[in-house]
Structure formats: structure tokens, C-alpha cells
Design a binder for this molecule. Structure first.
Ligand code: GCU
Length: 451
């Protein structure tokens, strides 16, 4: 009897529990149903702890750009900085981006087309740059160049890579279409796929390449498509016919990371510039937007033949201070774009304060050559404030070289055109004609009147 009583009690207790938990479950699933569902993008941002709240920014002490990263020596003059501090920063930069490939063992330039353009005010040249390393292979990429025809002497140059092919930069029907892998993308209303016929996208990117305006201001303009040199994807096999293949692992024993290789290719264009009597090799500005902005800064830092570097919306691992936890961070960039960098970078996910250098030191590697940083107000991902903070933090190095016109944080709202330069404009992440007007002004200030 006692056993039966207890048995009934247990069954009843189980029944009650089951009811309570199922009604609890019902409540919580009702709540879940009413809470807005997080998109996979939101979850991704959460996973990488992306912060967009200025009140939650914690920016630890940034390294002193006057100090040798390895032995603590502090320079108090320009020569000491160049000889005893700069190399230590270069070493750390190379650890993060992977060293660039070595110089080619041989190169040749072939002018495959040339003619007049823009109603006769410019000369267009299309050059193939052929390069060899230590393997049997020879690889090449196509450079498009416009130069003012009536220039009284050699022209200063802007060099800017393009995203979808030379034929997309303006609607000049003479521009050769090169067939190579291009990444999917959207330009305006046009969805671009690798399979898109080149003629369908001729001139589609003209808003980023104001060639005629640059020619009228006396500048030559050179461009090539970065994907012809190294594909912009983690699956490099998508176009294994890339420049990294001309080097064996013995000649180039490092990770073949995209930004480094694009940067190396820009230096090959500089080799060409040195050989062209229409161009002034001492007045070459390397410009780039976004991932190309990161590449432009790396190029100017590692190849001192470039007289100026201009970063447009380069953000994380470009002009933005990594230690400022606002917008893109090391965790997210190395997760999604790990193939742009060396594997070393991943180590600093959520540990930016442990990085031996920060991006102001990359900017400082341009000194005393002028460097320019652009931000757009709606481009929170690139952290406009973090970009200006880095530029201002590079000031002490420029000061060693006697620079007097340097930016302050007051330039958060006021454009600045001095020894270094900065502006922030309305709008989103893009390279616009408005940005180019600032770049032309800055280049004219440093390169003199172009013509
Ligand atoms: C992504 C990436 C940025 C990069 C940008 C671009 O947004 O996270 O770091 O600058 O692409 O190159 O357009």
C-alpha cells in the first residue's frame, strides 16, 4: 500500500514538473519568437566584438614612433631615426604583412598599344610588364597609362590600381580588355561576375578614376588590375597563374600574401616609370582605396622611390590605429581576409595592445615624404577618428625632419593640407571626385605646379 502511495506521488510530481517545464519552454520560445532574429552578419560582428560606441573605446598606450621597437633606443634627430629606428619598424611591418617578393631577376616592358586620347590632349600607352624570378616561368600584367601631351617637361604621376580591369576605368574603346579572374562585385546597379563579358563593364568605374581632370592638372595616370597580379580570394588556386609563381620557395620562403604581392607589383610599375622619359620618377604618388589604400601605404613605406602615399578609406591595417577598438578589428580582418596578411597577424586578435607596432608607425615610415589620409563620415568600419589619431601620432617623426605644418585632432572636421594631409568628407566608403580634388591640391603643394 505504502509503495503504491509513493509511486503515485512520484508519477504526479513528474507530471507537474513536465507541465511546468513545457509551459516555461512555451514562454521562452514565445519570447524568442517576438525578439528580432539576429542576422548572421550581426552574429559575426558579435563574435568579433565589433564596437561602434565611442564611449566603449579603450585605446591603450601606443608605441612611441621615435623608439626602436626592439632595443628601446629613442632617436632625437632624423639621421638616428632613419638609421637606428626605422629598420626595426620595417621589420615588424614585414612580419605582419609578410615580406614582399624579391626583385625580379629580369624584366622587360613592351608597349603594346599607344595613341592619342581625350581629343588629342593626352597620349595613351598600354604596356605589358614581363617579369621573371628564379623559376622557368615568365609572367606579365598590363598597365594603362595616360600622360598630358603638351607637357613642357616630365610629368608627375599618380598610380592607382583598379578593381575590375583597365577597361573599366573609363570608356575609352581603345583600352585593351585583359582576360583574367576577377572577383564578384557590385558597381552601381551592375552585378559583376567573373563571367561578365569585358565589354559590358567598359568604363563602369569612371567615378573613381578622373583621368581627364588629372591630365588637365598636369598629372600622368597609371593603373593596372590587381587581380591580374594576384587573386583577391583565399582560394589562390582560382588563378594560379599569378606573380608569386615566378619565385620558388627557396627564393621566396614566406607566405604569399596578397597585399604584399600587390605592393611588389606597384614597385614593378615604378621600375617602368623610371624607364619612361615622359614621366618624372621623382614625383610619383601611390594612391589606393580601401584594401588598395592599405597596399599604397605599405608600398610607400617599403619602397622609398615613391615620393607620396595617399590612403583612401584604408581602415584596419591601413591608416587606422589597431589599438582603438572601433570598427573593424584584427580578429575580424584576419578571419575574413587572412590571405591579405602573414599568419602572424592572427595572434593579435583581441590582443591589439600586444602588437609590437601600430599603424601610426606604418604612416611614419613615409617620413619625411608626404603622406595623406582620407576618411568618409559614414565609413565607421574604417574608423575615421582612428585614422586621424594615427596620422597625428606620426607627427613626432615628421618633426624630427623639421616639419612644421602637421595635423591635430581639430582636423576631425577641418581638412588639412600640410607636410602630411587629411580630410573627411560626407558619405560612405568610396573614392570620389571630391577626394581626388584634395589629392590634387596636396600633390600640387609638394610636387609644384604640375606643368
Ligand atoms: C572590407 C574589409 C576592409 C577593406 C574593404 C575594402 O570591408 O573589411 O578592411 O578595406 O573590404 O577593401 O573594400
Amino acid at each position: 500500500m505504502g509503495f503504491m502511495k509513493n509511486f503515485i506521488k512520484v508519477v504526479m510530481a513528474l507530471f507537474i514538473c513536465a507541465n511546468i517545464s513545457s509551459s516555461l519552454f512555451a514562454i521562452s520560445s514565445k519570447e524568442e519568437a517576438s525578439a528580432p532574429k539576429k542576422s548572421s552578419w550581426d552574429l559575426w560582428l558579435e563574435k568579433h566584438r565589433i564596437n561602434y560606441d565611442e564611449n566603449k573605446v579603450i585605446c591603450g598606450t601606443i608605441p612611441d614612433p621615435l623608439v626602436n621597437v626592439h632595443n628601446g633606443f629613442k632617436a632625437d634627430n632624423a639621421l638616428d631615426w632613419l638609421e637606428k629606428v626605422r629598420p626595426s619598424i620595417v621589420e615588424e611591418v614585414e612580419k605582419l604583412y609578410s615580406p614582399r617578393p624579391p626583385r625580379p631577376s629580369s624584366m622587360r616592358f613592351e608597349v603594346v598599344e599607344s595613341g592619342e586620347a581625350f581629343g588629342g590632349k593626352a597620349i595613351r600607352k598600354q604596356i605589358r610588364i614581363y617579369v621573371k624570378g628564379d623559376t622557368e616561368k615568365e609572367l606579365s600584367f598590363g598597365v594603362l597609362m595616360y600622360v598630358p601631351k603638351e607637357a613642357k617637361s616630365v610629368s608627375p604621376v599618380f598610380i592607382n590600381m583598379n578593381y575590375y580591369g583597365n577597361h573599366t576605368i573609363i570608356a575609352d574603346p581603345k583600352i585593351l580588355t585583359t582576360q583574367f579572374w576577377i572577383r564578384d562585385g557590385v558597381v552601381g546597379n551592375c552585378e559583376i561576375k567573373n563571367s561578365t563579358p569585358p565589354d559590358d563593364i567598359r568604363g563602369i568605374r569612371a567615378s573613381r578614376h578622373p583621368v581627364e581632370r588629372l591630365l588637365d592638372s598636369g598629372f600622368a595616370y597609371l593603373t593596372f588590375c590587381y587581380c591580374e597580379v594576384f587573386p583577391d580570394t583565399s582560394d589562390v588556386s582560382i588563378n594560379s597563374n599569378n606573380i608569386s609563381k615566378i619565385f620558388s620557395d627557396t627564393a621566396y620562403p614566406y607566405k604569399r600574401s596578397a597585399i604584399s604581392i600587390w605592393s611588389w607589383a606597384i614597385s614593378r610599375v615604378m621600375d617602368y616609370i623610371e624607364s619612361d622619359s615622359l614621366l618624372d620618377k621623382s614625383r610619383v604618388a601611390v594612391v589606393g582605396h580601401s584594401r588598395h589604400g592599405k597596399t599604397a601605404l605599405l608600398t610607400g613605406a617599403l619602397d622609398t622611390r615613391f615620393a607620396m602615399a595617399i590612403s583612401n578609406g584604408s581602415g584596419s591595417m591601413g591608416a587606422k590605429l589597431s589599438r582603438r577598438n572601433y570598427g573593424e578589428n584584427i580578429s575580424s580582418i584576419s578571419d575574413k581576409y587572412g590571405y591579405w596578411f602573414s599568419d602572424e597577424l592572427k595572434k593579435y586578435a583581441f590582443a591589439e595592445d600586444k602588437m609590437p607596432i601600430d599603424q601610426h608607425q606604418l604612416l611614419a615610415l613615409m617620413a619625411p615624404r608626404p603622406v595623406y589620409v582620407e576618411s568618409a563620415k559614414a565609413d565607421r568600419w574604417a574608423d575615421p577618428k582612428g585614422q586621424l589619431t594615427a596620422l597625428v601620432a606620426a607627427n613626432p617623426v615628421y618633426e624630427l625632419f623639421g616639419a612644421k605644418e602637421l595635423p591635430t585632432m581639430a582636423n576631425e572636421t577641418v581638412p588639412f593640407c600640410g607636410n602630411t594631409g587629411y580630410h573627411i568628407r560626407e558619405g560612405r566608403h568610396d573614392l570620389t571626385y571630391e577626394d581626388w580634388e584634395y589629392f590634387i591640391k596636396f600633390a600640387k603643394k609638394h610636387f609644384g605646379t604640375a606643368q
